[in-house]
Design a protein around this ligand. Structure first.
Ligand SMILES: Nc1ncnc2c1ncn2[C@@H]1O[C@H](COP(=O)(O)OP(=O)(O)OP(=O)(O)O)[C@@H](O)[C@H]1O
Length: 244
Protein backbone atom coordinates (compact mmCIF):
# COMPACT_ATOMS: atom_id res chain seq x y z
CA UNK A 1 0.00 0.00 0.00
CA UNK A 2 1.21 3.47 -0.91
CA UNK A 3 -0.08 6.15 1.42
CA UNK A 4 -0.07 9.91 1.48
CA UNK A 5 -0.81 11.44 4.86
CA UNK A 6 -1.66 15.07 5.53
CA UNK A 7 -0.02 16.45 2.42
CA UNK A 8 -0.09 20.23 2.13
CA UNK A 9 1.45 21.95 -0.91
CA UNK A 10 1.90 25.71 -1.00
CA UNK A 11 3.14 28.25 -3.56
CA UNK A 12 4.28 31.63 -2.28
CA UNK A 13 2.30 31.09 0.92
CA UNK A 14 -0.87 30.14 -1.03
CA UNK A 15 -2.18 26.69 -0.23
CA UNK A 16 -2.77 24.52 -3.33
CA UNK A 17 -3.40 21.21 -1.58
CA UNK A 18 -4.52 21.15 2.04
CA UNK A 19 -4.10 18.13 4.36
CA UNK A 20 -4.66 15.51 1.67
CA UNK A 21 -4.62 11.87 2.78
CA UNK A 22 -4.89 9.25 0.06
CA UNK A 23 -4.21 5.53 -0.19
CA UNK A 24 -3.21 3.65 -3.32
CA UNK A 25 -3.56 -0.13 -2.90
CA UNK A 26 -0.88 -2.33 -4.45
CA UNK A 27 -3.38 -3.71 -6.96
CA UNK A 28 -5.84 -2.07 -9.29
CA UNK A 29 -6.51 1.44 -10.47
CA UNK A 30 -7.15 4.41 -8.22
CA UNK A 31 -8.46 7.31 -10.32
CA UNK A 32 -7.85 10.83 -9.08
CA UNK A 33 -10.34 13.42 -10.28
CA UNK A 34 -10.81 17.05 -9.43
CA UNK A 35 -11.36 20.46 -10.97
CA UNK A 36 -8.58 21.90 -13.08
CA UNK A 37 -5.94 23.51 -10.89
CA UNK A 38 -6.91 21.66 -7.69
CA UNK A 39 -3.40 20.17 -7.45
CA UNK A 40 -3.59 16.65 -8.96
CA UNK A 41 -0.41 17.01 -11.00
CA UNK A 42 1.40 18.57 -8.04
CA UNK A 43 0.46 15.56 -5.89
CA UNK A 44 1.89 13.18 -8.52
CA UNK A 45 5.05 15.27 -8.85
CA UNK A 46 5.50 15.22 -5.08
CA UNK A 47 5.13 11.41 -5.13
CA UNK A 48 7.67 11.21 -7.95
CA UNK A 49 10.06 13.49 -6.06
CA UNK A 50 10.08 16.21 -8.72
CA UNK A 51 7.95 18.98 -7.23
CA UNK A 52 8.97 22.25 -8.94
CA UNK A 53 11.13 24.69 -6.98
CA UNK A 54 8.32 27.26 -6.53
CA UNK A 55 6.20 24.77 -4.58
CA UNK A 56 6.70 23.65 -0.98
CA UNK A 57 5.29 20.45 0.46
CA UNK A 58 4.75 19.05 3.92
CA UNK A 59 3.37 15.56 4.39
CA UNK A 60 4.17 11.92 4.99
CA UNK A 61 4.73 9.28 2.32
CA UNK A 62 4.42 5.66 3.43
CA UNK A 63 5.11 2.46 1.54
CA UNK A 64 3.88 -0.79 3.11
CA UNK A 65 3.46 0.94 6.46
CA UNK A 66 6.91 2.54 6.54
CA UNK A 67 7.70 6.22 6.25
CA UNK A 68 9.85 6.93 3.21
CA UNK A 69 10.96 9.74 0.96
CA UNK A 70 10.53 10.28 -2.77
CA UNK A 71 11.85 9.36 -5.27
CA UNK A 72 11.08 5.69 -4.70
CA UNK A 73 12.33 3.00 -7.10
CA UNK A 74 8.94 1.34 -6.56
CA UNK A 75 7.25 4.15 -8.50
CA UNK A 76 7.19 4.79 -12.25
CA UNK A 77 5.79 8.15 -13.32
CA UNK A 78 4.35 9.34 -16.61
CA UNK A 79 4.04 13.13 -16.66
CA UNK A 80 1.31 15.03 -18.47
CA UNK A 81 3.78 16.09 -21.17
CA UNK A 82 5.37 13.13 -22.93
CA UNK A 83 8.86 14.17 -21.72
CA UNK A 84 10.61 12.21 -24.46
CA UNK A 85 14.24 13.14 -25.08
CA UNK A 86 14.45 14.66 -28.59
CA UNK A 87 17.96 13.33 -29.22
CA UNK A 88 16.98 9.69 -28.58
CA UNK A 89 15.02 7.46 -30.96
CA UNK A 90 11.58 6.26 -29.90
CA UNK A 91 13.00 2.80 -29.10
CA UNK A 92 15.76 4.38 -26.99
CA UNK A 93 13.24 6.62 -25.23
CA UNK A 94 10.95 3.68 -24.55
CA UNK A 95 13.85 1.68 -23.10
CA UNK A 96 15.13 4.51 -20.91
CA UNK A 97 13.40 3.51 -17.66
CA UNK A 98 14.74 -0.03 -17.98
CA UNK A 99 18.24 1.27 -18.76
CA UNK A 100 18.14 3.49 -15.65
CA UNK A 101 16.95 0.39 -13.75
CA UNK A 102 20.17 -1.41 -14.75
CA UNK A 103 19.32 -3.39 -17.90
CA UNK A 104 21.80 -3.41 -20.78
CA UNK A 105 20.81 -1.68 -24.03
CA UNK A 106 20.19 -5.07 -25.69
CA UNK A 107 18.08 -6.39 -22.79
CA UNK A 108 16.01 -3.21 -22.61
CA UNK A 109 15.49 -3.21 -26.39
CA UNK A 110 14.36 -6.85 -26.30
CA UNK A 111 11.75 -5.92 -23.67
CA UNK A 112 10.32 -2.85 -25.41
CA UNK A 113 10.29 -3.88 -29.08
CA UNK A 114 7.46 -6.48 -28.77
CA UNK A 115 5.20 -3.70 -27.45
CA UNK A 116 5.60 -1.44 -30.49
CA UNK A 117 2.95 -3.33 -32.49
CA UNK A 118 0.24 -3.46 -29.78
CA UNK A 119 0.89 0.24 -29.13
CA UNK A 120 0.51 1.08 -32.83
CA UNK A 121 4.11 2.27 -33.00
CA UNK A 122 5.54 -0.33 -35.36
CA UNK A 123 7.86 1.24 -37.91
CA UNK A 124 8.72 4.19 -35.67
CA UNK A 125 11.37 2.42 -33.56
CA UNK A 126 14.22 4.37 -35.20
CA UNK A 127 12.37 7.67 -35.54
CA UNK A 128 12.98 10.71 -33.35
CA UNK A 129 10.13 12.21 -31.29
CA UNK A 130 9.76 15.30 -33.51
CA UNK A 131 8.72 13.03 -36.40
CA UNK A 132 5.77 11.57 -34.46
CA UNK A 133 2.26 12.88 -33.81
CA UNK A 134 1.30 13.96 -30.28
CA UNK A 135 -0.72 10.78 -29.84
CA UNK A 136 2.20 8.58 -30.92
CA UNK A 137 4.55 10.36 -28.54
CA UNK A 138 2.07 9.88 -25.71
CA UNK A 139 1.89 6.15 -26.47
CA UNK A 140 5.70 5.95 -26.53
CA UNK A 141 5.79 7.62 -23.10
CA UNK A 142 3.10 5.22 -21.85
CA UNK A 143 5.14 2.27 -23.17
CA UNK A 144 8.26 3.58 -21.41
CA UNK A 145 6.34 3.78 -18.12
CA UNK A 146 4.46 0.49 -18.30
CA UNK A 147 7.38 -1.67 -19.42
CA UNK A 148 9.13 -0.97 -16.11
CA UNK A 149 8.63 -3.47 -13.31
CA UNK A 150 7.81 -0.88 -10.66
CA UNK A 151 5.13 -1.90 -8.15
CA UNK A 152 3.28 1.40 -8.54
CA UNK A 153 2.59 3.51 -11.58
CA UNK A 154 1.61 7.19 -11.56
CA UNK A 155 -0.16 8.22 -14.76
CA UNK A 156 -1.02 11.87 -15.40
CA UNK A 157 -3.72 11.97 -18.09
CA UNK A 158 -1.90 9.29 -20.12
CA UNK A 159 -4.52 9.04 -22.89
CA UNK A 160 -5.50 12.69 -23.29
CA UNK A 161 -3.84 13.10 -26.72
CA UNK A 162 -5.30 9.92 -28.23
CA UNK A 163 -8.24 9.60 -30.61
CA UNK A 164 -11.28 7.78 -29.22
CA UNK A 165 -10.53 4.36 -30.72
CA UNK A 166 -6.83 4.38 -29.80
CA UNK A 167 -7.75 5.49 -26.28
CA UNK A 168 -10.12 2.51 -25.91
CA UNK A 169 -7.38 0.22 -27.22
CA UNK A 170 -4.80 1.56 -24.74
CA UNK A 171 -7.29 1.40 -21.85
CA UNK A 172 -8.06 -2.20 -22.69
CA UNK A 173 -4.33 -2.98 -22.96
CA UNK A 174 -3.80 -1.44 -19.50
CA UNK A 175 -6.55 -3.61 -17.95
CA UNK A 176 -5.16 -6.76 -19.60
CA UNK A 177 -1.63 -5.90 -18.46
CA UNK A 178 -2.78 -5.30 -14.88
CA UNK A 179 -4.73 -8.57 -14.87
CA UNK A 180 -1.56 -10.41 -15.95
CA UNK A 181 0.86 -8.40 -13.77
CA UNK A 182 -1.02 -6.79 -10.86
CA UNK A 183 0.34 -3.48 -9.59
CA UNK A 184 -1.01 -0.29 -8.11
CA UNK A 185 -1.93 2.52 -10.50
CA UNK A 186 -2.74 6.10 -9.59
CA UNK A 187 -4.45 7.59 -12.64
CA UNK A 188 -5.14 11.31 -12.96
CA UNK A 189 -7.88 11.90 -15.50
CA UNK A 190 -10.49 14.51 -16.43
CA UNK A 191 -12.48 11.91 -18.32
CA UNK A 192 -15.40 10.65 -16.21
CA UNK A 193 -16.05 7.87 -18.71
CA UNK A 194 -12.43 6.72 -18.41
CA UNK A 195 -12.53 6.81 -14.61
CA UNK A 196 -15.79 4.84 -14.52
CA UNK A 197 -14.56 2.28 -17.06
CA UNK A 198 -11.13 1.63 -15.53
CA UNK A 199 -10.98 2.45 -11.86
CA UNK A 200 -11.41 0.16 -8.87
CA UNK A 201 -11.85 3.27 -6.74
CA UNK A 202 -12.31 6.90 -7.62
CA UNK A 203 -11.02 9.73 -5.45
CA UNK A 204 -12.43 13.19 -6.05
CA UNK A 205 -10.33 16.07 -4.75
CA UNK A 206 -12.68 18.65 -3.27
CA UNK A 207 -11.59 21.91 -1.64
CA UNK A 208 -12.12 20.67 1.91
CA UNK A 209 -12.18 16.89 1.59
CA UNK A 210 -11.41 13.87 -0.53
CA UNK A 211 -14.41 11.79 -1.57
CA UNK A 212 -13.55 8.13 -2.28
CA UNK A 213 -15.97 5.95 -4.22
CA UNK A 214 -15.29 2.23 -4.66
CA UNK A 215 -16.28 0.79 -8.05
CA UNK A 216 -17.16 -2.85 -7.51
CA UNK A 217 -18.62 -3.87 -10.89
CA UNK A 218 -16.35 -6.19 -12.94
CA UNK A 219 -14.80 -4.39 -15.91
CA UNK A 220 -16.62 -6.68 -18.34
CA UNK A 221 -19.98 -5.46 -16.99
CA UNK A 222 -19.19 -1.74 -17.26
CA UNK A 223 -21.34 -0.72 -20.19
CA UNK A 224 -22.00 3.00 -20.69
CA UNK A 225 -25.55 2.47 -19.41
CA UNK A 226 -24.41 0.56 -16.31
CA UNK A 227 -21.91 3.30 -15.41
CA UNK A 228 -24.21 6.26 -16.14
CA UNK A 229 -25.34 6.72 -12.49
CA UNK A 230 -21.72 6.79 -11.29
CA UNK A 231 -20.77 9.32 -13.99
CA UNK A 232 -23.73 11.50 -12.98
CA UNK A 233 -22.65 11.32 -9.34
CA UNK A 234 -19.10 12.30 -10.25
CA UNK A 235 -20.38 15.12 -12.42
CA UNK A 236 -22.53 16.49 -9.61
CA UNK A 237 -19.59 16.36 -7.18
CA UNK A 238 -17.39 18.28 -9.64
CA UNK A 239 -20.14 20.82 -10.41
CA UNK A 240 -20.77 21.31 -6.70
CA UNK A 241 -17.07 22.07 -6.29
CA UNK A 242 -17.18 24.79 -8.93
CA UNK A 243 -19.92 26.73 -7.15
CA UNK A 244 -18.71 29.81 -5.23
N1 LIG B 1 5.83 25.81 -10.20
C1 LIG B 1 4.71 26.40 -9.75
N2 LIG B 1 4.76 27.59 -9.10
C2 LIG B 1 3.64 28.19 -8.65
N3 LIG B 1 2.40 27.66 -8.79
C3 LIG B 1 2.28 26.50 -9.43
C4 LIG B 1 3.42 25.81 -9.96
N4 LIG B 1 2.98 24.66 -10.53
C5 LIG B 1 1.64 24.65 -10.39
N5 LIG B 1 1.21 25.75 -9.74
C6 LIG B 1 -0.17 26.07 -9.39
O1 LIG B 1 -0.64 25.03 -8.59
C7 LIG B 1 -2.04 24.81 -8.83
C8 LIG B 1 -2.25 23.36 -9.04
O2 LIG B 1 -1.67 22.98 -10.30
P1 LIG B 1 -1.72 21.47 -10.79
O3 LIG B 1 -1.13 21.41 -12.14
O4 LIG B 1 -1.14 20.58 -9.74
O5 LIG B 1 -3.30 21.23 -10.84
P2 LIG B 1 -4.13 20.11 -11.61
O6 LIG B 1 -5.28 19.77 -10.74
O7 LIG B 1 -3.26 18.98 -12.02
O8 LIG B 1 -4.59 20.91 -12.90
P3 LIG B 1 -5.05 20.35 -14.33
O9 LIG B 1 -6.20 19.43 -14.07
O10 LIG B 1 -5.47 21.59 -15.05
O11 LIG B 1 -3.87 19.66 -14.95
C9 LIG B 1 -2.43 25.70 -9.98
O12 LIG B 1 -3.08 26.84 -9.45
C10 LIG B 1 -1.10 26.08 -10.59
O13 LIG B 1 -1.16 27.37 -11.15
Amino acid sequence: MLEIRDLTITAQGRSLVQDLSLQVPGQGITALLGPSGCGKTSVLKWLAGILPKGLRARGVLRLDGRDCAAPLPALAYQPQSDALFPWLTIAENAALGLRVGGLSAAEARARVLPLFAPFGLQGSEGAFPEALSGGMRQRAAFLRTMVQDSRYVLLDEPFSALDAVTRLRMQSWLLDRLAAHPRGVLLVTHDLQEAAALADRICVMMRSRLVTLPVDLPHSARSEAAMAPLREHLKSLLLEERLP
